[in-house]
Design a protein around this ligand. Structure first.
Ligand SMILES: [Zn+2]
Length: 446
């Protein structure tokens, strides 16, 4: 006898993203206490099941919630602020000055809430973020009910949340102690900006803290050719070899970008079991290059997808990011078979979960896993007809096709409406930040 379910999803086609990549037509998914209790086809003589809520998913596609392995959520405030520029100029002349002037607790909190709204509306149920005032992002994630790994940003320059870089250990430790064990959904992490903005001592010290608490260590690595040159000039090593020498690479490290990694660096990443966050749209927009993803996947390295921040993408739609990932490697290698639609969807789900060390809990729809589930409405002209569901998700759909988003067994977005918080307030607050920037620009202050 099955106890009453919290939610029964009934009907529709389910892509489980299990190891066997099972597809279930007319699926039934039972959810109780945040977990998936059963996954089966409808009918089949099962005892009648009652549920507090029944979601009719007929003519819909059911997927595991998507996992965005690299974001800077508060940067939604800088969406469209400076485009079409080389990374160095973009960072030095626009983003860093804007961050110095406009980043504060409120901006990070409301920017994070707005970013979370955009993610929930486009099917992302888990994210991994790195930014300043990370406590505000953690608070926003907790209030919204989304699953998040929130990394406190560390950089060897004065920042709005840490004017004295020599105090970054205090900031890092304080953040970890504040958030560790507070919520089953929100986990702290530490995010070293990059090997070129953090000294070897900083990189090692922060790794000591994440190792001690078994937390993720996030870092941008080998994003541009300039970075490779700077690190080689400074330390006589490639960026990955430099990090290897410092002892910061292991299976709790998320190496973000890895665009300009050579064979020796790929060997090191594979040997150390580090995960990679691949952010192709950001790499394209900043013209930083194309990461050797097919080669790294062949070495068994876990590679998830990330949107990066909204100033370099400029959205948080992981469905679109999948389409970009599937396409960019085809043209880069002149081989259309190199990243299939199934592979792109794996990167946005189970592989992303592996990168974040959460693959025992999320990334697929199977009994015993957390109920992070999205439902796409397939009754749309651009999704008609259907030969192959994987193809539609990756090549034809967008985040706007997501109808329902469930995180940890709780419906947080239904019929394209966020239920857990008022996103209009977040939009108003972010517009106010932008208005200040526009006025300062017109007065020549920024
Ligand atoms: Zn980034």
């Amino acid at each position: 006898m099955t106890a009453e379910l919290d939610i029964l999803i009934s009907g529709g086609t389910l892509l489980t993203m299990s190891d066997a990549m099972e597809k279930v037509r007319n699926a039934e998914i039972g959810i109780k206490d945040g977990n998936i209790l059963f996954v089966r086809p409808m009918g089949g003589g099962h005892p009648v099941t009652t549920a507090k809520e029944i979601i009719n998913a007929s003519e819909c596609l059911i997927l595991p919630g998507l996992i965005n392995t690299h974001t800077h959520l508060p940067m939604v405030c800088f969406r469209g602020l400076a485009d079409d520029l080389p990374l160095n100029e973009w960072l030095t002349n626009h983003i860093f000055p804007a961050e110095a002037r406009y980043v504060n607790r409120d901006m990070v909190y409301y920017g994070s809430l707005l970013g979370i709204a955009e993610m929930l509306l486009s099917g992302t149920t888990s994210f991994c973020d790195g930014y300043f005032f990370a406590s505000s992002t953690a608070r926003a994630a907790m209030e919204a009910g989304i699953r998040g790994i929130v990394g406190q940003g560390i950089i060897d320059y004065p920042t709005a949340d840490n004017p004295d870089p020599s105090k970054h250990l205090t900031i890092a430790t304080g953040f970890v102690n504040k958030w560790k064990g507070v919520s089953p959904l929100v986990t702290p992490a530490l995010f070293c900006h990059s090997p070129y903005t953090c000294s070897p001592e900083t990189l090692k010290n922060i790794k000591c803290i994440t190792s001690e608490h078994d937390l993720l260590y996030l870092i941008h690595v080998s994003e541009t050719l300039d970075e490779v040159k700077v690190i080689k000039d400074r330390y006589g090593l490639s960026p990955v070899a430099h990090l290897e020498k410092l002892g910061v690479l292991d299976n709790r490290t998320v190496a973000i970008h890895c665009v300009w990694v050579d064979d020796e660096e790929i060997d090191i990443l594979a040997r150390r079991g580090a995960g990679i966050s691949h952010a192709p749209e950001s790499n394209m927009k900043l013209a930083t290059g194309v990461a050797p993803v097919p080669k790294m996947r062949k070495r068994g390295i876990a590679i998830g997808l990330g949107t990066d921040g909204c100033a370099s993408n400029n959205d948080l739609d992981l469905i679109l990011e999948m389409g970009t990932a599937a396409r960019i490697h085809k043209v880069d290698t002149m081989d259309p078979t190199v990243i299939s639609a199934e592979t792109a969807l794996k990167m946005a789900t189970k592989e992303g979960a592996r990168v974040l060390g959460l693959d025992d809990r999320i990334g697929s729809i199977e009994p015993g896993k957390c109920a992070d589930i999205i439902i796409l409405d397939m009754k749309k002209p651009h999704l008609t007809p259907v030969y192959n569901e994987y193809s539609h998700v990756v090549y034809a759909a967008s985040g706007a096709d997501v109808k329902t988003t469930i995180v940890n067994g709780r419906v947080i977005m239904r019929n394209r409406k966020i239920l857990s918080f008022d996103m209009r307030t977040a939009m108003e607050k972010v517009r106010a930040v932008a208005q200040r920037i526009i006025e300062d620009r017109s007065r020549g202050i920024y």
